[in-house]
Design a protein around this ligand. Sequence first.
Ligand code: SF4
Length: 382
Amino acid sequence: MSFPVIKKSLFYLIAILLNYSLCWCQIKNTSPIPSSSRQMILVITNSFKASNGFLFRFERDNANADWEKSGDKIPVIVGKNGLAWGIGLHKLYTTNTPIKREGDRKSPAGIFTLSSVFGYSPVEKMGSLKIPYIHVTDILECIDDVNSKYYNSFVNRGKVENVDWHSSEKMLLSGIWYELGVVVDHNKNPIKKGAGSCIFLHNWAGSADSTSGCTAMAPSDMKDIIYWLDASKNPILVQLTRQLFINYKKSWELPELREGKIADQARDLRKTLREAKFSKASQGLSKFFKEFKNYEICYKVLGAMVKLRCNRVCKDSGGPPFCKIRKCCQKKGIDGCWECDEYETCEKLDFLKPIHEDAHIKNLRQIRKLGTEAFINGKRYW
Ligand code: SF4
């Protein structure tokens, strides 16, 4: 082969490889969640009409890392009339699902950036916030009048020459609702008249409270979230019904909601130990208590407990890599043992008997009968 021919072949090979890598990138970037986002607040309700649900927090190290749960799940209330598609980072869906409108008392569903927080205290009393802060004063208003040029914006009434609105949210309410809150960047870029305004996460006065389209929670939970949010991690809110979560989980690369108490607690303890630089402290303590000589092993054991969590189904490499069950399911190309006709008598599952007796078999029967999502939210035998 002459040199020019080799050169030409090489050129084609590089072009093909480049084309493949571009395709891969395009496939990888189908999620509307920005790759720069490393903090996610996920709110799930049972239906478009439900006015309460749960909030989960997640963090990840980079765009290719798995989302890891942070903290416990938090009970929340959403709009009195439930959810409707809002305007955010996702596409606005116009199927037979509701669309958010001004005054409909519905919270927006979709994906939204969270760029600032607010509260009644002056900023110097707020301590170590990691996100821009808006001090709520008696002249701060959020404009919900669709005919105002300030629609869906914060305005200091005393600083505006021509007040052109007849309706607004007075942010310094007499109650605790806006004592602390987060601005949800809904319908912001550009602002569409009548598509909904002044959407926040904020305190509730109790779980029987209701909102006009915000998401509210206990003040202690709100405070935790405010100090957890970090603008450098480009936090987002994902708010969905459970069915929408199932529908978009794969294409939006949403996190797993599976819970694992031991794995969660082990993860939290590792984090606290790291923040307290306990590794160094243990060296000093080991001179007085010999047990601390084993601190690093203890830390590793906690790490192994974190890995015990099954973040995905067996087929998608959930659970620990050495798991024989996972390998078997992968070989059979099934999500888990509930799809296998041999599970009632399978010897590979026998190691669970001393701990769970026959509870694992009962659980598999339940999953087979109800499906995984219904099982996760329903009765389990351990
Ligand atoms: S039940 Fe047994 S044979 Fe069937 S997938 Fe599970 S481990 Fe494999």
